[in-house]
Design a protein around this ligand. Structure first.
Ligand SMILES: NC(=O)c1ccc[n+]([C@@H]2O[C@H](COP(=O)([O-])OP(=O)(O)OC[C@H]3O[C@@H](n4cnc5c(N)ncnc54)[C@H](O)[C@@H]3O)[C@@H](O)[C@H]2O)c1
Length: 671
């Protein structure tokens, strides 16, 4: 297909003629069959809803087909309407468009659905098992059509994958406003999601799936490297090297598979249990895992050798994490750092495999005997906690990695709570990311080159490294380590060969760093040193973007961690300060109903009006969270806020007065 034909196809929308039915592509990784949750009248509604997208002349054929899809897959994906062209990131100019912003969004959407990037491309799922870009192929087609027609004075409104349409707006407003999974709070259980999604009225957008900001494995490798590095620093004595510390965890799946690669970059030995041989093979063939063992005797012997020689290697154990923790305790092997990355945000449907059952037996039991399976999961979690407790008594530093391990283990009755009823172990945000990164404004700043040209990415890497290198000279002592880590990362980034899909990069920076890098890119675009516009954005897993009481906001201790004002304000504020698109999501990472998060994308086009937007929006996008974290009395955030107020004209934030605990206790005694 040549470029002109491609443009015509992308702008086509719902075709005039019915395309031929598509055979089920067995080469692709497909989403599991979803729960059969609708009653008969709801099934009728689901089919009727799906038919809304098509002219009545197609209904008799499609009604049967959609009924069959609902029965076979638990969802109506409209497979027949998946386009025949290859969906992937291309140069923005290849997409039909009237505004550069729309072309950039098309690039980002296409990347999220690329079969080399997406987890279940035919079901429009980018990552995390259920992180959807759209609910069905009609939504994809219509969205691309709207984007191809959109002008700089219109805004496309997206309701959970459904393009409501183009509304007149103005050139400084976002070109796209996205919500995913937003529901009235009392209707936000896992089963509500299953039901609304099956009816075609809501979707789980994860964080960067439904907001078109996914950049493949690079994002998670960077975040995991920073986490492991800082966790190792936390437990190290002054002057002690991190090299050769032992990190034990589980999961070699979508995101968890980054652990061995990241541990290697951070300079620690990793030992990761994975029950699914296919997942191990993927990571081994990529070179992210060095060695694989299924025999525990040989495994233990190898681990002992690696530890005594401080030999940095990544080892996979093909088996259950519970058995691994038990074996390591029995063998008296000292583990420095421990975590877990089974998919416990989804414990009953394949996220967690209980000890004592084979992989196949678990898969059978979860669909045929779900109650028995639930009990097996709970029992296994209690056993896992017991084994982990044996290690932590000897000094292992264990942290929850945002997968709801502590939550589910406590729900299962595991010995995981302390006397105050709090979790015995911290979440990685409570101890590491929160106080070391988020409270200082450091978070996942990312960018994508709209030319899709690796040469542009190389230029941006150099600009980013030079910008941070000039800032670190004047940085306060407290943030120098984060700056240095990220300068090192960006200098090494190309060597780590983590680009899959779009020409993208990520690093952690604070408000000053993000603004300086974005401005430098904008100038380089103006001068032609970068050949085309650049999209900037971020993961939602950030300073201000996410309210998630057991993850991003778990280090908020003023009682407000269950509120979501910050995440909602963030999106509203970004939208009138210059974002090209904004998105607000229910769910992401830890599960539906457990988190509200939002993000943005901004197209840098080399103009001076964009320079103003960068300054205004990035400042808000970081300092909103700094203000909230500071108000919650977080020491790092108070420090950062004061510095930001000195730096930024017009920033004038309420700073907390810190009360004396003894004084309050005394007061209570006196009444
Ligand atoms: N906070 C973060 O930045 C962050 C980062 C990465 C992952 N996470 C969370 O971690 C979890 C994992 O994410 P993912 O994308 O890798 O999911 P995934 O489902 O692709 O991978 C999880 C892996 O764990 C394996 N597994 C399950 N039970 C096991 C057991 N008992 N023993 C050994 N292996 C077992 C599965 O076979 C699977 O391959 C999710 O809950 C995710 O939200 C959070």
């Amino acid at each position: 297909m040549n470029k002109e034909e491609f443009k015509i196809r992308v702008a086509e929308g719902i075709p005039e003629e019915l395309p031929a039915p598509k055979p089920y592509d067995y080469r692709l990784n497909h989403a599991p069959k979803r729960k059969d949750i609708l009653n008969s009248s709801e099934k009728i509604l689901a089919i009727k809803n799906a038919l809304r997208y098509f002219p009545v002349k197609f209904h008799s054929v499609l009604a049967v087909e959609f009924a069959r899809e609902l029965q076979n897959y638990g969802r109506i994906y409209m497979y027949r309407f998946k386009p025949d062209y290859e969906i992937k990131a291309r140069s923005f100019d290849d997409f039909p468009h009237r505004t550069i912003s729309a072309a950039a969004i098309m690039l980002m959407i296409s990347n999220n659905l690329d079969k080399a990037v997406a987890q279940h491309p035919d079901e429009l799922i980018t990552y995390g098992g259920n992180g959807a870009v759209f609910q069905n192929w009609a939504q994809y087609r219509l969205t691309m059509k709207y984007l191809s027609e959109m002008t700089d004075e219109q805004t496309l409104v997206m309701y959970s994958g459904h393009p409501m349409g183009l509304f007149p707006s103005h050139k400084d407003s976002p070109r796209m406003v996205v919500t995913n999974g937003m529901v009235v709070p009392n209707y936000s259980t896992q089963d509500h999601w299953e039901k609304f999604n099956a009816m075609g009225v809501s979707q789980y957008g994860q964080m960067t799936a439904g907001s078109y900001m996914y950049i493949g494995p690079q994002g998670i490798v960077h975040g995991t490297t920073i986490t492991i590095l800082n966790a190792a620093r936390k437990i190290s004595k002054k002057g002690e090297t991190l090299k050769g510390k032992l990190f034990v965890s589980s999961g070699l799946g979508g995101m968890s598979g980054a652990q061995p690669k990241a541990a290697g970059i951070a300079g620690v030995i990793s030992l990761v249990a994975e029950i699914n041989p296919k997942a191990i093979e993927t990571r081994r063939s990529q070179g992210w895992v060095d060695e694989v063992f299924s025999d525990t005797g040989k495994l233990i012997e190898r681990v002992k050798r690696a530890v005594s020689a401080r030999e940095i290697t990544s080892i996979a154990y093909e088996g259950n994490i519970v058995e691994l923790w038990e074996k390591l305790a029995d063998e008296d092997i000292y583990v420095d750092l421990g975590s877990d990355q089974t998919s416990l945000h989804n414990p009953w449907a394949g996220g967690y495999y209980p000890a004592g059952l084979s992989f196949e037996e678990s898969n059978r039991m979860m669909s045929e005997e779900p109650d028995k399976f639930r009990e097996a999961v709970r029992k296994s979690l209690r056993r896992q906690v017991e084994a982990i407790n044996r290690h932590t008594k000897r000094g292992t530093y264990f942290f929850d990695y945002g997968n709801a391990f502590l939550l589910e283990a406590s729900r299962a009755g595991g010995d995981i709570l302390n006397r105050d009823g709090e979790f015995r172990y911290p979440s990685y945000v409570q101890d590491i990311m929160g106080p070391m990164c988020f409270d200082y404004g450091f978070g996942p700043f990312r960018w994508v080159c709209c030319s899709n040209d690796p040469a542009d990415l190389k230029v941006t890497d150099t600009i980013a490294a030079e910008t941070l290198a000039s800032l670190i000279e004047k940085s306060p002592e407290r943030i120098k380590q984060q700056m240095a880590d990220n300068i090192h990362w960006i200098k090494e980034a190309a060597k780590n060969k983590l680009v899959v899909g779009s020409q993208a990069r990520i690093l952690y920076a604070d408000a000053e760093g993000r603004t300086a890098i974005a401005n430098a890119f904008n100038k380089a675009i103006e001068k032609g040193e970068i050949s085309a516009p650049v999209v900037i954005g971020r993961d939602h897993h950030d300073v201000s973007g996410t309210d998630s009481p057991y993850r991003e906001t778990s280090n908020i201790y003023d009682g407000s961690k269950f509120t979501a004002d910050m995440a909602v304000h963030n999106v509203i504020g970004d939208s009138f300060r210059g974002a090209t698109w904004v998105s607000l999501h229910n769910g992401g990472g830890v599960g539906w109903g457990e988190v509200i998060n939002g993000g943005f994308g901004m197209v840098l086009d080399g103009t001076s009006s964009t320079e103003n937007k960068i300054l205004s929006m990035l400042n808000w996008d970081v300092n909103n969270g700094i203000a909230r974290r500071s108000w919650a009395r977080n020491d790092g955030a108070i420090f950062t806020l004061k510095r930001e107020m000195e730096r930024t004209p017009g920033l004038n934030i309420t700073v907390p007065n810190i009360a004396d605990d003894d004084l309050i206790e005394e007061a209570l005694k006196r009444i």
